[in-house]
Design a protein around this ligand. Sequence first.
Ligand SMILES: [Zn+2]
Length: 290
Amino acid sequence: MLWGMAHLRSVQRSVTMNDENQVFDLGEVVRSLGEAGRRLTEIDASEGAAGNLSVCLLGSTIPHPEFTQSEVIDLPIAVPDIAGSTLIASGSGSRLRDIYQNPSACLGCLTVEPGGKTAVLRYAKQRNFSRLTSEFNSHLGVHYDHMCRDSLKYHAVVHAQPRRLVYLSHIAEYQDEGYLNRQLLRWQPEAILNLPEGVAVVPFIVPGTADLMGANVKALRAHDIAVWSKHGVMARSNLSVMAAVDLVEYAETAAIYECLDLSLGQRAQGLADSEIRAIARVYGVKQRLY
Ligand SMILES: [Zn+2]
Protein backbone atom coordinates (compact mmCIF):
# COMPACT_ATOMS: atom_id res chain seq x y z
CA MET A 1 0.00 0.00 0.00
CA LEU A 2 1.32 3.42 -0.97
CA TRP A 3 0.64 4.94 2.44
CA GLY A 4 3.17 2.63 4.04
CA MET A 5 5.82 3.49 1.46
CA ALA A 6 5.18 7.21 1.84
CA HIS A 7 5.51 6.90 5.58
CA LEU A 8 8.80 5.00 5.26
CA ARG A 9 10.19 7.65 2.92
CA SER A 10 9.13 10.34 5.39
CA VAL A 11 10.88 8.62 8.26
CA GLN A 12 14.08 8.22 6.23
CA ARG A 13 13.98 11.87 5.26
CA SER A 14 13.34 12.86 8.86
CA VAL A 15 16.40 10.97 10.01
CA THR A 16 18.46 12.62 7.29
CA MET A 17 17.21 16.17 7.84
CA ASN A 18 17.60 15.87 11.60
CA ASP A 19 20.93 14.06 11.57
CA GLU A 20 23.42 15.20 14.22
CA ASN A 21 26.05 16.26 11.66
CA GLN A 22 23.67 17.61 9.04
CA VAL A 23 25.15 20.01 6.49
CA PHE A 24 22.47 22.11 4.84
CA ASP A 25 23.01 23.27 1.27
CA LEU A 26 21.11 26.56 1.24
CA GLY A 27 20.74 26.33 -2.54
CA GLU A 28 18.74 23.12 -2.09
CA VAL A 29 16.73 24.57 0.78
CA VAL A 30 15.87 27.63 -1.32
CA ARG A 31 14.78 25.36 -4.18
CA SER A 32 12.48 23.44 -1.80
CA LEU A 33 10.86 26.72 -0.75
CA GLY A 34 10.33 27.59 -4.43
CA GLU A 35 8.64 24.25 -5.08
CA ALA A 36 6.44 24.71 -2.02
CA GLY A 37 5.44 28.21 -3.18
CA ARG A 38 4.48 26.87 -6.60
CA ARG A 39 2.36 24.07 -5.11
CA LEU A 40 0.51 26.43 -2.77
CA THR A 41 -0.27 28.60 -5.77
CA GLU A 42 -1.46 25.60 -7.80
CA ILE A 43 -3.97 24.65 -5.09
CA ASP A 44 -5.38 28.20 -4.83
CA ALA A 45 -3.92 28.81 -1.39
CA SER A 46 -1.78 31.84 -2.19
CA GLU A 47 -3.46 34.62 -4.14
CA GLY A 48 -1.39 37.72 -4.90
CA ALA A 49 1.26 38.05 -2.21
CA ALA A 50 -0.75 36.06 0.36
CA GLY A 51 1.03 33.34 2.31
CA ASN A 52 4.58 32.99 3.58
CA LEU A 53 7.17 30.27 4.14
CA SER A 54 10.18 29.65 6.32
CA VAL A 55 12.60 26.98 7.49
CA CYS A 56 14.84 26.85 10.55
CA LEU A 57 18.13 24.93 10.36
CA LEU A 58 20.59 24.07 13.09
CA GLY A 59 23.90 22.82 11.72
CA SER A 60 26.56 23.67 9.17
CA THR A 61 25.43 25.37 6.00
CA ILE A 62 26.73 25.71 2.46
CA PRO A 63 25.97 29.40 1.78
CA HIS A 64 23.73 30.59 -1.03
CA PRO A 65 25.92 32.47 -3.54
CA GLU A 66 23.45 35.32 -4.06
CA PHE A 67 22.93 36.33 -0.41
CA THR A 68 25.91 38.69 -0.43
CA GLN A 69 24.43 41.73 1.40
CA SER A 70 23.79 41.88 5.13
CA GLU A 71 22.27 43.91 7.94
CA VAL A 72 21.48 43.25 11.61
CA ILE A 73 17.79 43.11 12.57
CA ASP A 74 15.92 42.79 15.87
CA LEU A 75 13.98 39.56 16.20
CA PRO A 76 10.29 39.77 17.19
CA ILE A 77 10.90 37.41 20.13
CA ALA A 78 14.11 36.39 21.87
CA VAL A 79 15.24 32.89 20.86
CA PRO A 80 18.45 32.36 22.86
CA ASP A 81 18.34 28.56 22.72
CA ILE A 82 18.68 28.48 18.93
CA ALA A 83 21.50 31.03 18.66
CA GLY A 84 23.62 30.17 15.64
CA SER A 85 20.70 28.67 13.73
CA THR A 86 19.84 29.71 10.18
CA LEU A 87 16.35 30.73 9.09
CA ILE A 88 15.23 31.38 5.54
CA ALA A 89 11.93 33.25 5.21
CA SER A 90 9.90 34.94 2.51
CA GLY A 91 9.79 38.72 2.35
CA SER A 92 6.74 40.87 3.00
CA GLY A 93 4.84 41.40 -0.26
CA SER A 94 6.70 38.60 -2.06
CA ARG A 95 4.57 36.30 -4.20
CA LEU A 96 5.06 32.65 -3.27
CA ARG A 97 4.75 31.72 -6.93
CA ASP A 98 7.80 33.89 -7.76
CA ILE A 99 10.19 32.18 -5.32
CA TYR A 100 11.03 29.28 -7.64
CA GLN A 101 12.11 31.50 -10.57
CA ASN A 102 13.55 34.34 -8.58
CA PRO A 103 14.37 33.20 -5.05
CA SER A 104 16.87 35.87 -4.19
CA ALA A 105 14.30 38.63 -4.81
CA CYS A 106 11.83 36.95 -2.45
CA LEU A 107 13.83 35.36 0.40
CA GLY A 108 16.03 36.50 3.25
CA CYS A 109 18.47 34.36 5.24
CA LEU A 110 18.94 34.97 8.96
CA THR A 111 21.64 33.81 11.34
CA VAL A 112 20.53 34.15 14.96
CA GLU A 113 23.17 35.97 17.01
CA PRO A 114 24.32 34.96 20.52
CA GLY A 115 21.63 35.91 23.05
CA GLY A 116 18.89 35.33 20.46
CA LYS A 117 17.59 38.91 20.33
CA THR A 118 19.08 39.90 16.99
CA ALA A 119 20.05 38.21 13.75
CA VAL A 120 22.20 38.92 10.73
CA LEU A 121 19.91 39.12 7.70
CA ARG A 122 21.67 38.13 4.48
CA TYR A 123 19.98 38.97 1.24
CA ALA A 124 20.62 39.46 -2.46
CA LYS A 125 21.17 42.78 -4.26
CA GLN A 126 17.94 42.20 -6.16
CA ARG A 127 15.92 41.83 -2.93
CA ASN A 128 12.36 42.90 -3.60
CA PHE A 129 11.09 43.47 -0.03
CA SER A 130 11.82 45.94 2.73
CA ARG A 131 11.26 43.50 5.62
CA LEU A 132 10.49 39.84 6.20
CA THR A 133 6.91 38.56 6.17
CA SER A 134 4.55 40.31 8.60
CA GLU A 135 3.80 36.86 10.09
CA PHE A 136 7.48 36.25 10.86
CA ASN A 137 6.75 36.39 14.62
CA SER A 138 4.42 33.37 14.25
CA HIS A 139 6.97 31.51 12.14
CA LEU A 140 9.76 32.15 14.62
CA GLY A 141 7.57 31.29 17.63
CA VAL A 142 6.59 27.91 16.16
CA HIS A 143 10.15 27.12 15.05
CA TYR A 144 11.49 27.95 18.49
CA ASP A 145 8.88 25.87 20.29
CA HIS A 146 9.56 22.74 18.24
CA MET A 147 13.32 23.11 17.70
CA CYS A 148 13.79 23.32 21.50
CA ARG A 149 11.09 20.85 22.57
CA ASP A 150 12.12 18.09 20.14
CA SER A 151 15.84 18.95 19.73
CA LEU A 152 15.35 19.33 15.98
CA LYS A 153 17.90 20.34 13.36
CA TYR A 154 15.30 21.11 10.69
CA HIS A 155 11.81 22.59 10.91
CA ALA A 156 9.52 24.07 8.25
CA VAL A 157 6.51 26.39 8.59
CA VAL A 158 4.05 27.55 5.94
CA HIS A 159 1.18 30.02 6.11
CA ALA A 160 -1.37 29.83 3.31
CA GLN A 161 -4.92 30.92 2.58
CA PRO A 162 -6.78 27.92 1.10
CA ARG A 163 -10.18 29.19 0.03
CA ARG A 164 -12.65 26.51 1.13
CA LEU A 165 -11.07 25.96 4.51
CA VAL A 166 -11.11 29.70 5.11
CA TYR A 167 -14.72 29.90 3.93
CA LEU A 168 -15.75 27.21 6.43
CA SER A 169 -13.92 29.11 9.19
CA HIS A 170 -16.38 31.99 8.64
CA ILE A 171 -19.28 29.71 9.73
CA ALA A 172 -19.82 29.61 13.50
CA GLU A 173 -20.22 25.80 13.81
CA TYR A 174 -16.92 25.21 12.05
CA GLN A 175 -15.07 27.40 14.55
CA ASP A 176 -15.65 24.54 17.00
CA GLU A 177 -12.61 22.28 16.68
CA GLY A 178 -14.45 19.02 17.33
CA TYR A 179 -17.16 19.82 14.80
CA LEU A 180 -14.68 21.00 12.14
CA ASN A 181 -12.59 17.85 12.38
CA ARG A 182 -15.48 15.41 12.36
CA GLN A 183 -16.89 17.14 9.28
CA LEU A 184 -13.54 17.25 7.46
CA LEU A 185 -11.91 13.90 8.19
CA ARG A 186 -14.88 11.84 6.94
CA TRP A 187 -14.25 12.50 3.24
CA GLN A 188 -11.17 10.42 2.42
CA PRO A 189 -9.48 7.39 4.02
CA GLU A 190 -6.14 9.24 3.91
CA ALA A 191 -7.43 12.08 6.08
CA ILE A 192 -7.18 10.31 9.44
CA LEU A 193 -3.74 8.96 8.48
CA ASN A 194 -2.31 12.33 7.54
CA LEU A 195 -4.14 14.39 10.15
CA PRO A 196 -4.51 12.02 13.12
CA GLU A 197 -4.59 14.96 15.56
CA GLY A 198 -6.99 16.86 13.31
CA VAL A 199 -6.80 20.57 12.55
CA ALA A 200 -6.48 23.07 15.43
CA VAL A 201 -8.73 26.12 15.42
CA VAL A 202 -7.44 29.57 16.38
CA PRO A 203 -10.17 32.24 16.72
CA PHE A 204 -9.92 35.36 14.57
CA ILE A 205 -7.03 37.49 15.80
CA VAL A 206 -5.60 40.49 13.96
CA PRO A 207 -2.85 39.26 11.56
CA GLY A 208 0.77 39.78 12.54
CA THR A 209 0.05 40.48 16.21
CA ALA A 210 1.71 39.01 19.29
CA ASP A 211 -1.71 37.66 20.32
CA LEU A 212 -1.97 35.65 17.09
CA MET A 213 1.59 34.41 17.53
CA GLY A 214 0.86 33.20 21.08
CA ALA A 215 -2.40 31.43 20.15
CA ASN A 216 -0.79 29.88 17.08
CA VAL A 217 2.26 28.54 18.92
CA LYS A 218 -0.06 26.92 21.45
CA ALA A 219 -2.30 25.45 18.72
CA LEU A 220 0.64 23.99 16.78
CA ARG A 221 2.18 22.38 19.85
CA ALA A 222 -0.25 19.46 19.65
CA HIS A 223 -1.25 19.74 15.98
CA ASP A 224 0.64 19.99 12.71
CA ILE A 225 -1.84 22.40 11.15
CA ALA A 226 -4.02 25.19 12.56
CA VAL A 227 -6.81 27.20 10.97
CA TRP A 228 -6.63 30.91 11.70
CA SER A 229 -10.36 31.65 11.62
CA LYS A 230 -11.47 34.02 8.84
CA HIS A 231 -7.88 34.26 7.54
CA GLY A 232 -5.86 31.13 6.63
CA VAL A 233 -3.81 28.24 7.98
CA MET A 234 -0.36 27.57 9.36
CA ALA A 235 1.25 24.13 9.01
CA ARG A 236 4.53 22.75 10.30
CA SER A 237 6.81 19.80 9.58
CA ASN A 238 10.16 18.48 10.72
CA LEU A 239 10.42 16.44 7.49
CA SER A 240 10.31 18.99 4.66
CA VAL A 241 8.59 22.18 3.64
CA MET A 242 6.62 20.19 1.06
CA ALA A 243 5.36 17.88 3.82
CA ALA A 244 3.89 20.98 5.52
CA VAL A 245 2.33 21.98 2.18
CA ASP A 246 0.88 18.46 1.90
CA LEU A 247 -0.98 19.01 5.17
CA VAL A 248 -2.51 22.20 3.78
CA GLU A 249 -3.52 20.27 0.68
CA TYR A 250 -5.08 17.36 2.63
CA ALA A 251 -7.08 19.73 4.83
CA GLU A 252 -8.15 21.87 1.87
CA THR A 253 -9.20 18.79 -0.14
CA ALA A 254 -11.42 17.75 2.77
CA ALA A 255 -12.85 21.29 2.85
CA ILE A 256 -13.58 21.09 -0.89
CA TYR A 257 -15.66 17.94 -0.29
CA GLU A 258 -17.40 19.61 2.64
CA CYS A 259 -18.27 22.71 0.59
CA LEU A 260 -19.45 20.49 -2.28
CA ASP A 261 -21.69 18.62 0.13
CA LEU A 262 -23.09 21.85 1.60
CA SER A 263 -23.80 23.22 -1.89
CA LEU A 264 -25.58 20.00 -2.99
CA GLY A 265 -27.86 19.87 0.05
CA GLN A 266 -25.76 17.55 2.23
CA ARG A 267 -26.66 14.36 0.39
CA ALA A 268 -23.47 12.39 1.19
CA GLN A 269 -22.91 10.30 4.30
CA GLY A 270 -19.10 10.44 4.26
CA LEU A 271 -17.08 7.70 5.92
CA ALA A 272 -18.86 6.30 8.99
CA ASP A 273 -17.18 6.59 12.39
CA SER A 274 -16.75 2.80 12.41
CA GLU A 275 -15.05 2.91 8.99
CA ILE A 276 -12.62 5.61 10.13
CA ARG A 277 -11.85 3.65 13.31
CA ALA A 278 -11.20 0.56 11.17
CA ILE A 279 -8.76 2.48 8.93
CA ALA A 280 -6.91 3.80 11.98
CA ARG A 281 -6.77 0.33 13.53
CA VAL A 282 -5.39 -1.36 10.38
CA TYR A 283 -2.72 1.32 9.88
CA GLY A 284 -1.84 1.63 13.55
CA VAL A 285 -2.81 5.31 13.78
CA LYS A 286 -3.52 6.64 17.26
CA GLN A 287 -6.42 9.07 17.09
CA ARG A 288 -8.95 10.50 19.54
CA LEU A 289 -11.42 12.14 17.16
CA TYR A 290 -13.63 9.08 16.35
ZN1 LIG B 1 -2.31 35.62 5.70
